[in-house]
Design a protein around this ligand. Structure first.
Ligand code: PHB
Length: 390
């Protein structure tokens, strides 16, 4: 009799435990954040993780009756690893949202998992135009390379740059940069006289830059992913290419805020086009930069950080709008069409394309308070992804 009572009590206790963990599950809203925290793209992972944690510290973790839980995983920048991690996050952790994605091949590798599991996939870094078409569950808060490339191809020929050599990393965003820059420059009466591609992994820029020096164009247009700009800048200057009269231009990935201040005065006056600068003159951005630096031992936020910060905003507001009900389709619907002020300026998630619409700024490297910054001097407002009109 006693034994039976004990067994029953144990069963009740176990059942109660089960109910508690099920309740905890139901009360938790999980964001699976997949980032390159090691390897060549580690600075992107570090920036985005710091930005998401800042957003949570500033906005709390209780939203619409749910407690937000961030699960951070390192994919080392390897697509196969990201795919396996995404699968585990969906199947085992039952995450409500997948986020991060430091490189285009990673975003593309995870897209089928988002589609099959109906889990929103928030792209905070990768920037090849095609990404949003890889799954109807993808939303992008980073930027698109054609936006930056076209902005530069409009500016350059109006500023004495007619003959250009392009130098890009040989994968998705680099091919986009090369194509969209060339098409637009040609349309504007300029000319790309040579197109060079360097490998994504461990590139040696030296032989390519030597070739550019021999060709002697008006300018060299560069796209390399965040983290690789400083190496290009160093070798460009070491070869005295600036002194030989070759201008250096590019998408803003080149003069990445994560590295810019360490590039030295040789970087002064380099003009790039991009959606974000840490020097963007708005009250909201000043607050963002100050808080980010304070929370991260003086680290300056770059465009990757802002993609992560805004991605969290989109997720939080979708959860709020759906009153905590969750559900991939409902969340996705609430992410589409969001419009808000970002540290980058005004920003909009186009409901049709699920891609970001925002300002593109022309910026020049200048010294402010003894530090190098990308100082904005012109703007193309509310630019959609030029790749979407193909
Ligand atoms: C990309 O892989 O899509 C990518 C990565 C880093 C960048 C831009 C694009 O700075």
């Amino acid at each position: 009799m006693k034994k039976r009572l004990f067994l029953t009590a144990t069963a009740v206790a176990v059942a109660a435990l089960g109910a508690t963990s099920a309740m905890a599950q139901a009360d938790t809203f999980k964001i699976g954040l997949i980032l390159p925290l090691t390897g060549q793209q580690a600075s992107t992972g570090k920036q985005i993780e710091a930005a998401t944690r800042l957003y949570m510290a500033q906005n709390g973790v209780n939203v619409a009756g749910k407690k937000i839980e961030l699960i951070v995983k390192d994919d080392g920048g390897i697509p196969d690893a990201s795919k396996r991690i995404a699968q585990e996050l969906v199947v085992n952790d039952k995450v409500n949202v997948l986020a991060g994605f430091g490189l285009t091949p990673i975003a593309l590798a995870v897209a089928p998992i988002a589609t099959q599991s109906k889990t929103p996939q928030v792209i905070m870094a990768a920037a090849t135009s095609i990404i949003t078409e890889a799954s109807p569950y993808i939303i992008r808060t980073s930027f698109t390379i054609p936006q930056s490339a076209v902005a530069m191809a409009d500016w350059a020929p109006k500023n004495g740059i007619k003959k250009v050599v392009t130098l890009v990393s040989d994968y998705g965003p680099g091919i986009d940069a090369e194509k969209f820059f060339k098409d637009r420059l040609t349309f504007n009466g300029g000319q790309v006289i040579e197109s060079l591609r360097v490998p994504l992994r461990g590139p040696d820029f030296a032989p390519f830059l030597q070739k550019v020096r021999d060709i002697k164009p008006d300018a060299l247009f560069v796209f390399v992913p965040s983290g690789a700009g400083a190496a290009v800048m160093k070798q460009f200057l070491e070869r005295g290419m600036d002194k030989a009269g070759i201008k250096l231009i590019g998408t803003g990935d080149l003069t990445d805020d994560d590295q810019l201040n360490d590039m030295g005065d040789g970087a002064l006056n380099v003009v790039t086009s991009h959606h974000y600068s840490a020097a963007h003159p708005s009250a909201l951005n000043k607050k963002f930069v100050d808080a980010f630096e304070k929370a991260n031992k003086g680290l300056r936020p770059n465009f990757m950080a802002v993609g992560g910060y805004d991605g969290m905003r989109v997720i939080y507001e979708a959860l709020r709008a759906t009153k905590g009900a969750g559900g991939g389709d409902a969340l996705l619907a609430a992410m589409k069409g969001q419009i808000f002020e970002s540290p980058r300026g005004p920003m909009f998630i186009d409901a049709q394309t699920r891609d970001v619409v925002h300002n593109m700024y022309l910026r020049k490297v200048e010294k402010k308070d003894g530090k190098l910054y990308n100082v904005e001097f012109d703007v193309i407002k509310d630019m959609k992804d030029p790749g979407k009109t193909r």
